[in-house]
Structure formats: C-alpha cells, structure tokens
Design a protein around this ligand. Sequence first.
Ligand code: HEM
Length: 158
Amino acid sequence: MFNWLESTSYAEWIQISLWDWAIMLTLHAIGTATIVGINFVAGLRLVGFFRSIPCTSLNQFIKITWFALALNFVSGFSLFMSNASNYGTELWFLMKMGFVILASVATWQVQKAVKQDGAAWDSAGAVSATAIRLAISSLALYSALVIMSRLVAYLGRY
Ligand code: HEM
C-alpha cells in the first residue's frame, strides 16, 4: 500500500517539484505554530500563568486547534505520500504519529475540562489539581511531538 501511495500522480507531483514539497511543509509549519501555540497558552494558563485571561475564554482558542489539526493532517499526509514506504516503516515517524494521537487526546480532555469547570475556576480564582496535571501532560506531549517531528528529518534514513 505504501508503494502504491508513493506511485500516485499526486505523490509524484510532490516528489518532483521542490515547490510542492516547500508549499506543503509551509502549510504544515503554519498548522504546527497554531496548534502548539494555542495549546501552550492554554496549558500555561491552567498551570498558573497569565491569570488575567479567564479560563472560560480558552475554549474559543482551543476550537481553532481542530481546524489547524485538519490542515496538518492534509499537509502531513501529502508529505508522507511522497516517501510513504520509508516513513511508514520508520520508527521515529511512527513514534511521532503516536504523539499526534496522544497530544490530540490531551487537547480534547483540556477542552472538555475548560467547558465543564472553567467558570467555577474563574470564580474560585484557582484551577483544580486534576486540570493542572492534565495541562502539564499536554505541555509535555506537545513538546515531545515537536522534538520528535524535527528528529524525523535528522534521524530518518532519507
Ligand atoms: C499535531 C499535528 C502535527 C504536528 C504538530 C506536526 C509537526 C511537524 C513538525 C514540527 C515537522 C518538522 C518540520 C520541519 O522539518 O521543518 C513535521 C514534519 C512532517 N510531518 Fe508533521 N505534524 C503533525 C501532524 C502530522 C501528520 C498527521 C502527518 C502525516 C499523516 C505528518 C507528517 C509529517 C511529515 C511526512 C513531515 C516531514 C518529515 C521530514 O522532514 O522528513 N505530520 N511535522
């Protein structure tokens, strides 16, 4: 299946033209900046920074993450297709995919907690210990995801 993906005309188009790879990587970088930026601000707020930002407002930002994640799936899959047989069997890339799933689940959990308890945290002036632990996990997972993604380019066998 990986070989078939790589031989499609779309994949060949990305392989042949330097511009097409660059465009997809640029879209991927914009998506990454949006996802990681928003999740870092939300995570740091829950941990105790930027206390003037109401917790209830975080959901408005977190919603944008899902659009950026869709952009990263499309651009990331396009990059993947250009060299599917290598990426698909590369340990670093598979670990990166694991972190994409875990970090997305963390975002979903943070969003759920903010929607459910954000107003209570704002009126109490404190975030629950469970939410702080969740925020720390989210910050750690997104850091690992970015580090792993950069390492794919250096440690992969391409
Ligand atoms: C939360 C989602 C994601 C984030 C934050 C993310 C982040 C990144 C980052 C930081 C890079 C390195 C860019 C560079 O070298 O300049 C990268 C590269 C890449 N990503 Fe993602 N990514 C995500 C999702 C995906 C998905 C879903 C796929 C595939 C289905 C994917 C496939 C790739 C590929 C193939 C590369 C190029 C690796 C190379 O340079 O050889 N990414 N990603």
